[in-house]
Design a protein around this ligand. Structure first.
Ligand code: HEM
Length: 432
């Protein structure tokens, strides 16, 4: 397209060379419009370069990747971009502030906040529990849980599918895996519901208060397991702690907390987002439901890309001065890889804004890459496949209430709904 008369061409490369964290670009990554439809913002971000300076609530100014290549390079180079401040001339953990409560800082003692060798030591303790083969064997249990949750909805007209299904399924699965008692599930479910509603500064402060209560609950639970071992991952970790040098008490608490939080909120958002996506794309939904057994696996990969439940990774520090994709980054500056924008990169994905359930190959970064790639990827995939399969087997004609004005959470870095009102059309589906 020709340049409009009177408009000076923009020299993106010169602008990039001058880019600095002192002059972050004005890009809204937390507003309702962005959560509802992020593609216009992604285009704007990409136009400004593969790595751009932005400002985020609580974190402040930070470099952010916009392309697939830059995001992949950032997460793969775990020596250049590090999580532990001491590896970049800083103190503490990237993104963690001195004023955050002690309970939060304590929880930062986990694999996702560690560089090697501590990261490897911690991840090795749980890697086996999340390996593909073992996870696939969990399918019948996950199906049973999904069916039970759907049984509870029978006869109801309009329900909040997020609270009653998309949140409960992954929560119950991870509680079982950890070996938490059934009666504790409800306490965790209630806690998670409180946290999920938050957004903005006051919401964030409420989150901190809620986490303190959660830590108390978990500590008590770990003590009970110590006194009377039972099945599940917590018992295994308690045994590893007793072994001596594998993990200490705070790491144990932090690990359980990480698995619990990383293990269900993200998956909740993918399941609910997938339902929205399918309802917004009836032709794609019809294609999937025509042969779900054959098509589900590939479809869930595309849904993971398109929903982008985790939009940005944890911030890292640059461990040295570096020229990275056209910008100069100084040691100690913050960097965030942004899988959501990477997965909308037209150089890698044909018509990225469109949901194409048969997309193949699909090298999305929804579960990231590098040493910190998602530990629970196989579990998240299984849960989402089962959740969609069972839901639509029973309620193929469900309808989302107010699909054009969905209630997105405004938390930075994640894309998730606060609620999902759905009319199940039970009579129709029972007759079908
Ligand atoms: C749709 C669901 C999920 C998505 C989109 C997702 C996404 C991600 C992403 C992008 C990362 C990299 C974060 C970073 O490098 O800063 C990550 C790491 C991680 N995820 Fe997930 N995740 C999901 C579900 C789960 C589940 C079910 C678990 C199971 C417990 C889990 C456990 C973890 C853990 C422990 C890490 C840190 C790994 C490490 O530091 O080595 N995630 N996830």
């Amino acid at each position: 397209m020709g340049q409009a008369a009177g408009v000076a061409p923009v020299d993106v490369s010169a602008r990039r060379a001058e880019a600095s964290l002192e002059h972050p670009l004005k890009i809204d990554l937390v507003g309702r419009a962005f959560k509802q439809d992020p593609y216009p913002t992604f285009a704007k971000m990409r136009a400004a370069g593969p790595v751009i300076p932005v400002k985020l609530p609580f974190i402040g100014s930070i470099w952010m990747t916009t392309t697939h290549a830059a995001a992949l390079a950032a997460v793969k180079d775990s020596e250049l971009f590090v999580l532990e401040g001491r590896h970049a001339g800083k103190s503490g953990v990237a993104g963690m502030q001195w004023w955050m409560p002690k309970s939060i800082r304590l929880l930062a003692n986990n694999m996702l906040t560690k560089d090697e060798p501590d990261h490897r030591r911690l991840r090795k303790l749980v890697d086996k529990a999340f390996a593909r083969r073992g996870i696939l064997e969990m399918r019948p249990e996950v199906e049973q849980l999904a069916d039970r949750l759907l049984d509870d909805l029978a006869g109801e007209g309009e329900v909040d599918l997020l609270a009653r299904y998309a949140r409960r399924l992954p929560l119950y699965v991870i509680c079982d895996l950890l070996g938490l008692r059934e009666e504790d599930r409800e306490a965790f479910a209630a806690w998670s519901e409180r946290l999920a509603g938050v957004g903005g500064t006051f919401g964030m402060l409420r989150t901190f208060a809620g986490i303190g209560g959660m830590v108390k609950l978990l500590r008590a639970e770990i003590e009970r397991v110590r006194a009377a071992p039972r099945d599940g991952l917590i018992s295994e970790l308690v045994r590893a702690e007793a072994d001596g040098d594998k993990l200490d008490e705070n790491e144990l608490l932090s690990m359980v907390f990480l698995l619990l939080v990383a293990g269900f909120e993200t998956t909740t958002n993918l399941i609910a987002g997938a339902i929205v996506d399918l309802e917004q794309n009836p032709d794609q939904k019809a294609w999937l439901l025509a042969a779900p057994d054959e098509r589900m696996e590939r479809a869930v990969e595309e849904l993971a890309r398109h929903v982008s439940a985790v939009q940005g990774t944890k911030p890292r520090y640059a461990s040295r001065d570096v020229d990275f994709f056209g910008v100069h980054i100084q040691r100690g500056e913050l960097m965030m890889a942004f899988p959501a924008c990477a997965d909308a990169d037209p150089d890698v994905f044909d018509e990225p804004e469109r949901l194409k359930l048969d997309r193949f190959p699909n090298h999305h970064l929804a579960f990231s890459s590098g040493i910190h790639f998602c530990l629970g990827m196989q579990l998240a995939r299984l849960e989402t496949q089962v959740a969609i399969d069972r839901l639509y087997a029973r309620y193929p004609a469900l309808k989302i209430v107010g699909i054009d004005a969905l209630n997105y959470s405004l938390r930075p870095g994640i894309r998730g709904l606060r609620s999902l009102g759905v009319r199940l059309n039970h009579r129709m589906s029972a007759a079908a």
